[in-house]
Every structure is written in C-alpha cells, then in structure tokens.
Ligand binder design. Sequence first.
Ligand code: NAP
Length: 291
Amino acid sequence: MSRILDGKAAALAVRAEVAGRVRALRARGVVPGLAVVLVGDDAASQVYVRNKDRAAAEAGFEVRTLRRPASTSQAELLALIDELNRDLLVHGILVQLPLPKGLVPESVLERLDPAKDVDGLTARNVAALWRGEEGLVPCTPAGCIELLDRNGIAIEGKRVVVIGRSQLVGKPLAALFLARNATVTVAHSRSRDLAAIAREAEILVAAVGRAKLVRASWVRPGATVLDVGINRLEDGRLCGDVDFHEVLPVAGAITPVPGGIGPMTIAMLLANTARAAARRAGLAYDGLDAG
Ligand code: NAP
C-alpha cells in the first residue's frame, strides 16, 4: 500500500512559515505586496485568483487584485504592468493565465520586472534557473520539490521522468531535478513508448493535462508519483493525469488530485513574494525570523 503525499498539510506548513517571515518583514517596516492581474472572465481563473488572494491575505501580504475586461488591449495591459513595475508597494506581480484571445502572453510576461516576477517566467529568471543563479523559480515545479523534501523523499541520484515539457511546469521542473543531481528524462507528445519510459522512473511526474493518462502498468513498483495535472471530468469532478486508484497499490508514494500539487503551488507563490520583498529590502529570506 502506498503513501499518499498530503499536499494540503505540507502547503499549510509552508504558509505558516511564510506568515512568520512576513511578520518579520513587517517588523522591519517592509509590508510585502502582491498584485494579481486577472484579464477576462475565465471561470477557473476566477476561482484560482480568489484562492490565491485569500491565502496571501491570510499570510499577511497586502493583496491588490486588478481585474480588467477581456476587451483589454495588449498596449493597455503592458501599461498596467509598467505601472506595477514602478510601484514600490508591490513586490510580486502575478498575471493569471490563460489570457483572453488576442493578447500575447509571452510579451506580457516578459514585460515584468524580473525581481517581481513571482511566477519565474521571464527570460532572466529562466536563465538563472538553468545557470544555478539566484532568481525566482516557477511555483508549481518549486512546489513539487518542496513536497518531496518535506516527505523525506531523496532526489539525488534518482531516475526521474517528467512527462510534459511546458515552460510553466515540465521544463523548469527538469532543471530543478537536475540541480538536485537526479538523472532526468523529459517526455512529451512525440515521445515513443511513453509507458516504457515512465516505467524507468523512480520519481515519475505527470504534467500533461490528460485525465488518467498514467496507468498502473506505466509505474515501476515503489516509485514516487507526482500528479500535476488538473482535468475536469464530465461529471464536474477534478481528476489528475494519473489513474489514482489503479496506480495507488503500485506506487511507493503518490499525490492526490485535488489536495496534492495544487495547494503547494499557492504556497510557493507566497514564498516567492516574501522572498522578493526580502531581497528588495536587502535581507536574506532564509535568515528572517520565521517565528
Ligand atoms: P501544457 O502547456 O499544455 O503542456 C502539456 C505538455 O504535455 C506538453 O509538453 C505536451 O507535449 C505534453 N503532452 C500532451 N499530450 C501528451 C500525451 N498524450 N503524451 C505525452 N505528453 C503529452 O500544460 P501545462 O501548463 O504544463 O499543464 C499541464 C497540466 O498541469 C494541466 O492539466 C494543468 O492544468 C496542470 N497544472 C496544474 C498546476 C497545479 O497547480 N497543480 C499548475 C500548472 C498546471 P508537447 O510539448 O509535445 O505538445
């Protein structure tokens, strides 16, 4: 019987630590501010933004949510980003994706001041990640590593397979595993014999967006399985990229959906924002009194 990795509990622990660091920053006169930009009325994005706002406010951040209509032009959105880049009360800026059709997410994200880019998607932060320099790391991949660490699952020397190669999840996660001395394979829609590749993994990550793609026969007995996928089934329920009930008896440890990587993503967003605020104030984030 495998262990279920409780992302909710780990995320609560991270959030409590971040709240402690936010208190320490406030005690030094720094009030960490997060600006969340939501364009259009995508239903899922509204829910995500509400959850992020609530979590950030609970951790002691000043949260500003900037809602703009789907008709917002690229120039208007870039002007808003410029304004937030200049705003000294804002330490982190999150642009909720996806953006409505007609807007170009790459150029909007690239406009962010890298020091405020709490999603870690600007070219500067991507380069820092691959070069092993200080920067801001994308929240979902950071959450995957944090969840493994908090559950005492070693990474060094392990065979890791990441299915999915997006800028948001797969690629940065591969970089993080490499930095931790894992041997990493990144698979994608053109990979041949995905099941055989997946079976080599001691740590298998699915970040695809296909409900129940990963079957029990894809999983090496005892492997750790991280399910990043969030898919909505016809009956409205959420489901990951892994067939949870089938894989559960085979895996050594597995994340559920919901309650796995999702909560970790929000927790790491808060950690990144506090880190950005500490850095601007010239303070070491890890050295802040988290009491
Ligand atoms: P994405 O940009 O659509 O990327 C999906 C990746 O999966 C691509 O690299 C694609 O390959 C690959 N792929 C698609 N179909 C495949 C198949 N049949 N076999 C193998 N690989 C396949 O998605 P994303 O942004 O990375 O997100 C992935 C999933 O994670 C989604 O369900 C998303 O909702 C979820 N997500 C969850 C969180 C969270 O907080 N838990 C955060 C972000 C995303 P190609 O590159 O060849 O097209």
